[in-house]
Every structure is written in structure tokens, then in C-alpha cells.
Design a protein around this ligand. Structure first.
Ligand code: SF4
Length: 64
């Protein structure tokens, strides 16, 4: 699984993804989400999917 934010500049900075899956998403000093692990283990799929489903900006892209 590969994870990215696109387009990242549309991030709303609410932190939902980092709450949902801190192993993959972090908020940076500008208040935008950043991906800290773009090839997460399969065991994190549900958490990453939840983050993507809940992201109000719909910018969390998951590729198989
Ligand atoms: S859930 Fe979406 S909008 Fe919210 S911080 Fe994460 S990437 Fe940004």
C-alpha cells in the first residue's frame, strides 16, 4: 500500500488523519498534514482507510 496527500495544499489542518493513524500522518509546523510513512504495513490499512474516509478535503490517496 502506498499513501500520499494530493493536493496537499488543500489540507484543512484539522488533524483528523493524524488522530486516526499517527503511524502514517503527522501535522507539520505549518499546520498541514504530512505523510511520515508512505509505505505502511498492511496492519495499518484499516486506520489509513478510516483517515481517508474521514478526511474532509478528500486528499488522502491510497494505492494498492
Ligand atoms: S484529515 Fe485531511 S484535511 Fe484533515 S489534516 Fe488530514 S489531510 Fe488534512
Amino acid at each position: 500500500m502506498k499513501v500520499r496527500l494530493e493536493p496537499r495544499d488543500e489540507c484543512l489542518g484539522d488533524g483528523i488523519c493524524a488522530d486516526e493513524c499517527p503511524e502514517v500522518f503527522e501535522m507539520d509546523e505549518d499546520g498541514l498534514a504530512t505523510v511520515i510513512n508512505d509505505s505502511p504495513d498492511e496492519s495499518l490499512r484499516e486506520a489509513v482507510q478510516n483517515a481517508a474516509d474521514e478526511c474532509p478535503a478528500e486528499i488522502i490517496i491510497i494505492e494498492e
